[in-house]
Design a protein around this ligand. Structure first.
Ligand code: CTP
Ligand code: MG
Length: 242
């Protein structure tokens, strides 16, 4: 079997229930542990939809998704949530404390582990400044922290769970360029044995990715490294220069 955490899409097609045209057509790729797979493409291309198939928010209409070589449909909810952490495009915090939000996928985590996750996510500074720190209250939906802070807390939550597969949906775009760079540098070590899939808007976020998939109208129109795509893909060149 492929290593745990490996995500394989085999000719996956998906349409939203009731919709006529599929949103994703014939998607095939493998995201391996120890590698970063980046997905880039214009708004509405299907990037979020593709990521959402992995924790089974929806099931593929055709084709198959395998996790560590096992069909996703045969994995239980618990196995999926224990192995895959997802930072959604609109990150969500629950009413409760910062600690309870961070322990969502890691009930056993010690305070020390939570601080470590916060440090990596570049979120330790503002948490340390809040009254009560880890015990400070988050209001429903996380409305009492900024969008960028919410995003970093959700990244810390994903890290605290120590999954085999990470899904980041546009998780770095609300950050300024310097915080984005620091965060991604800090992520290298803790995610080095995991499969990391990143949806990005900014090309600078993904130039180091092991493979980049260029998605256009639900299809992978090009794939390769940044350098390869600069040579081979007009769509990618347009994204880079836009
Ligand atoms: N869509 C839909 N029903 C949903 C979500 C999305 O019909 N519940 C449609 C959208 O209207 C769009 C397509 O599916 O035509 C792909 O949407 P999405 O995967 O969200 O696109 P992204 O590439 O993630 O777009 P963005 O960069 O804006 O996040
Ligand atoms: Mg999206």
């Amino acid at each position: 079997l492929p290593a745990p955490g490996t995500v394989e899409f085999k000719n996956v097609t998906f349409g939203y229930p009731g919709a006529e045209a599929p949103v994703l057509s014939d998607i095939s790729f493998t995201a391996k542990p120890g590698q970063t797979t980046a997905i880039i493409g214009s708004t509405g291309a299907g990037k979020t939809t593709l990521l959402n198939l992995i924790p089974r928010l929806y099931d593929a209409t055709e084709g198959e998704i395998l996790i560590g070589g096992l069909p996703l449909r045969e994995l239980g909810r618990e196995t999926i949530s224990q192995n895959i952490s997802s930072v959604p495009q609109r990150p969500y915090l629950f009413s409760g404390t910062i600690a309870s939000n961070l322990r969502f996928g890691a009930q056993e985590a010690e305070e020390e582990d939570l601080w470590e996750a916060l440090r990596i996510a570049q979120a330790d500074g503002f948490v340390a400044e809040r009254e009560g720190q880890l015990e400070s209250k988050i209001s429903q939906g996380g409305t009492n922290v900024s969008g960028g802070q919410r995003q970093r807390l959700c990244i810390a939550r994903a890290l605290a769970a120590k999954p085999k597969t990470y899904l980041f949906d546009d998780s770095f775009s609300a950050l300024d360029v310097s915080t984005d760079a620091k965060l991604r540098a800090a992520l290298v070590e803790p995610t080095k044995d995991a499969a990391v899939i990143i949806v990005a808007q900014r090309v600078s976020t993904i130039t180091e990715a092991d493979q980049i998939l260029v998605l256009d109208h639900g299809e992978i129109v090009a794939r390769g490294t940044h350098e390869e795509l600069l040579e081979s893909s007009e769509t990618y060149q347009e994204i880079v220069t836009s």
